[in-house]
Design a protein. Structure first.
Length: 128
């Protein structure tokens, strides 16, 4: 702790303005960085492989052309749901292991979140 702070009997917490985040060592930043380190790299790798698969089949970034209307977004939601059902069936022994359904769901959710971030609002508000 710097001497000037200790000299007045203050703690670092007492000197931190509201809305600031304290880093180890006592420095501050305006906001706390997102916890990217908490995303399991193995899960992220599986979703990235799904993006690669789509790029090989349809061209890199092709999905961006489809997410321009609520109708198209709902189709991606339905696809994600289908993969959820198929994953459940695979878990119950009704389907052979094969397609990475959880990565497909992750891909669809990432794509939908990216579009919401781009437009700043949920799909239902985009077409009104």
């Amino acid at each position: 702790m710097p001497e000037d702070v200790a000299e007045y009997g203050l703690t670092r917490a007492a000197k931190v303005p509201l809305g600031k985040h304290v880093l180890p060592g006592g420095t501050t930043r305006s906001e706390k960085a997102p916890g990217y380190h908490m995303i399991p790299p193995t899960a992220l790798r599986r979703v990235a492989r799904r993006y690669d698969l789509g790029a090989e089949k349809h061209g890199e970034g092709n999905w961006l052309q489809s997410l321009t209307s609520e109708e198209n977004a709902l189709a991606f939601c339905k696809e994600a749901y289908n993969h959820l059902v198929e994953h459940q069936m695979k878990m119950q022994g009704g389907l052979e292991p094969g397609d990475d359904h959880l990565a497909a769901i992750g891909w669809a959710v990432f794509a939908l979140m990216a579009v919401e971030e781009k437009y700043g609002k949920p799909w239902t508000e985009l077409t009104r």
